[in-house]
Design a protein. Structure first.
Length: 239
């Protein structure tokens, strides 16, 4: 895979690009990077073009002085897709990346398919706890990935607490993309009950629960996770 950069309205986004095939955009969770999907990428069908994005404020992407709302992150992905010059694509997003995926599909874009993976957006945010807990979470993230930006992550956490940032039932009802929700049965960060709630509110969606997987099933069970993506992309003859 090749590391590339594109200019968005908020700064440069970095991404790893498989370069050929049907594009599936992968959005990581809070504090992660596009690299978190690298265990899954080798098991994807050869006709799939994985695009593994570092979200704004994360990894090799810019850390601009912005509010870091979910809408701003989503707008940067709109700009990325414009740069890729593709008319057909799907999006998979884990946790915070799932939140952004839902935002995109509920009125900003119409991907062929979306794959919210242990998705945030309707559950309580990590930052709903005490300031001490927020700092503990940030310290642990920055210890693992010191090229993330603390100020950006703090702003994301503060925004994620706001009710207006949540994905409403109305927005979920507006999603027209074919939707496969994937959840780890052992997720102790966002319980699978939120996956069932999401399934009930997105018309025609399907929830697939991966037994014994946690909050990042694509890391816990990469081959099995990729098989779900492969099967659904082929089921709808996207590649």
């Amino acid at each position: 895979m090749e590391r590339k950069y594109c200019t968005t309205r908020y700064g440069k986004l970095s991404y790893l690009d498989g370069n050929s095939g049907y594009p599936v955009i992968f959005l990581h969770g809070f504090g992660g990077t596009g690299n978190t999907w690298l265990k899954t990428a080798p098991y994807l069908e050869k006709c799939i073009r994985p695009v593994l994005v570092d979200l704004l404020g994360h990894g090799h992407s810019d850390k601009p002085d912005i509010e870091y709302t979910v809408k701003q992150q989503a707008e940067s992905i709109v700009d990325l897709i414009s740069t890729l010059e593709v008319s057909k694509f799907s999006i998979a997003g884990n946790s915070y990346g799932g939140w952004i995926t839902l935002k995109l599909a509920s009125g900003m874009l119409e991907p062929d398919m979306i794959f919210p993976v242990d998705s945030a957006g309707i559950s309580p945010a990590l930052s709903n706890g005490s300031r001490e807990n927020m700092n503990r979470v940030l310290d642990s993230i920055l210890k693992l990935r010191n090229y993330n930006n603390r100020n950006a992550l703090e702003r994301i956490m503060e925004n994620n607490k706001k009710q207006e940032e949540k994905i409403s039932d109305t927005a979920l009802g507006n999603i027209k993309s074919k939707t496969t929700i994937i959840w780890g049965s052992a997720d102790n960060i966002i319980p699978v009950s939120y996956g069932y709630a999401m399934e009930s509110k997105i018309s025609g969606s399907e929830l697939i629960v991966m037994p014994d997987a946690g909050h990042t099933p694509f890391i816990d069970m990469p081959e099995e996770f990729a098989e779900i993506i492969n099967r659904k992309i082929k089921e709808y003859a996207l590649c």
